[in-house]
Write a protein that binds this ligand. Structure first.
Ligand code: PLP
Length: 437
């Protein structure tokens, strides 16, 4: 490793240092912390100063070269092009409010970016090691299909998705079980916890791990955060005048917002980061009081943000250890489901734009920030999901049917294929052996 290349260290300052692939494969640092880059090169000249009208893949390649120095540049570029196969259009809503639509990928949510990039990085890693890799994912619904679709047809990697039979929504089950090829859906007779336990048992089975290379695709993985920097750049690239833009991020586990802060650390110009949360308001509370008190999550209509102990806050706090300093970069507020429903209706009536329940929380936060700070600088709200994914909530509010985008329609028409299994580890183990070794 050359001396000025990035390596990855723990948020808890253990003395572990890994290259990108090593940090990706391990997931968590040995001291229990999360991996972060050990330095922040200034990319102003290389990237940010001429971001105007750059494509998302050119931005992605520039950032990936910095953050994944061990992969040769031309190879990295083609991996980025394959992963980031859909753009993030910037839509003007009204006044100085914009939505950066991150939901034009295969599962209609921003997590497609992270999952697809990680899939290609894993595939490259497996290719280098000349050994197939098996990704195990226990899912209660959404994560599984985003990860499964991301690895669809990717070389050198197989994916096994475990989901609790009868406990995911019909739409989710349809998405999980129609991928096929290198992605197998295991329908477990049990609960989500049983699925998680099976995966955990497999990871701690050293005999099995002598035979198979197992990995996970956890959302705290650094490989899922990196590509989320790309679209911040793409948002700026589409804005006519880009001095002092605020970014507003509907947040749950705060990975999306962390990626924005990482981009800012390399010289991206940004005013304030604005976080909107639902009633799971641990972070707004922390910014206000300085006390971080994680707790059990509450159910809301923006369910992908129902997080009571946001793990990426540990990364954010490592960037800004002092809460007074953090407040200069991050403003946050929380909103309940009623406010969210009302604003979906209003924005549709007034501006003919359909917000999904998550992006609606972002819209509320952006507006409250502008009011409180009397700011009229542009705000880019990250649009995290397509409203068609949440049609049961959104359609009654706007009294209109939301057409299913092509990606969703396709998986609705395919035939379900799953392997049913009791929640028994010996059964799971012999399945893995038969299937993959
Ligand atoms: C995951 C998710 C979020 C929250 O993102 P974090 O990175 O966890 O803060 C917001 N909206 C949607 C639609 C999501 O799927």
């Amino acid at each position: 490793m050359s001396k000025n290349e990035i390596s990855y260290i723990s948020t808890r300052n253990g003395n572990e240092s890994k290259n990108f692939s090593g940090a990706m494969e391990q997931g968590l640092a040995r001291d229990g912390g999360l991996f972060i880059p050990d330095r922040w090169p200034d990319l102003s000249d290389k990237l940010w100063n001429h971001i105007e009208s750059m494509s998302i893949t050119d931005i992605g390649s520039a950032l990936a070269q910095t953050f994944v120095p061990e992969i040769p540049a031309d190879r990295l570029e083609s991996l980025v092009e394959d992963a980031i196969s859909f753009d993030a259009p910037l839509v003007h809503l009204h006044d100085d409010l914009y939505v950066l639509e991150l939901f034009h990928g295969p599962t209609l949510a921003f997590k497609d970016y992270g999952a697809r990039f990680m899939a290609r990085m894993m595939s490259y890693r497996a290719e280098q090691a000349s050994q197939r890799m098996v990704i195990l994912v226990a899912t209660s619904g959404d994560t599984g299909s985003a990860v499964g679709r991301a690895f669809e047809g990717v070389d050198n990697v197989d994916v096994c998705l475990l989901y609790p039979s009868g406990k995911v929504s019909p739409l989710q089950e349809q998405q999980l079980t129609t991928i096929g090829g290198n992605v197998t859906a295991l329908e477990v007779e049990g609960t989500f916890d049983d699925c998680q336990k099976l995966v955990k048992d497999a990871f701690s089975d050293s005999k099995l791990r002598d035979e198979l290379i197992l990995s996970s695709a956890n959302s705290i993985n650094i490989a899922r955060l990196l590509p989320q920097m790309f679209y911040y750049g793409r948002g700026l690239a589409q804005l006519e005048e880009s001095d002092s833009v605020h970014f507003c991020v509907p947040s749950g586990n705060f990975g999306n917002l962390t990626a924005g802060m990482m981009a800012a650390q390399t010289g991206m110009s940004v005013g304030q980061f604005i976080a909107g949360t639902n009633v799971n308001d641990v972070v707004p509370e922390f910014l206000e009081s300085g006390n971080f008190s994680p707790r059990a999550s509450q159910k809301t209509i923006s369910s992908a943000m129902d997080v009571g102990n946001p793990s990426n806050l540990e990364r954010i706090r490592s960037f800004y250890p002092d809460v007074v300093e953090l407040r200069q970069h991050l403003w946050a507020a929380s909103f309940n489901d009623d406010a969210c429903r009302t604003v979906i209706e209003e924005v549709y009536q007034s501006y003919d734009y359909i917000l999904d329940p998550h992006t609606a929380v972002g819209y509320l936060a952006a507006n409250s920030y502008r009011k409180e700070q009397e700011s009229d600088q542009p705000v880019i709200i990250l649009g995290t999901a397509h409203p068609a994914k949440f049609s049961d909530i959104v359609e009654p509010l706007i009294d209109t049917e939301i057409p299913l985008p092509g990606a969703l329609k396709e998986s609705m028409e395919k035939e379900k294929k799953s392997v049913r299994m009791y929640a028994s580890y010996p059964k799971f183990k012999s399945f893995l052996r038969e299937q993959y070794s």
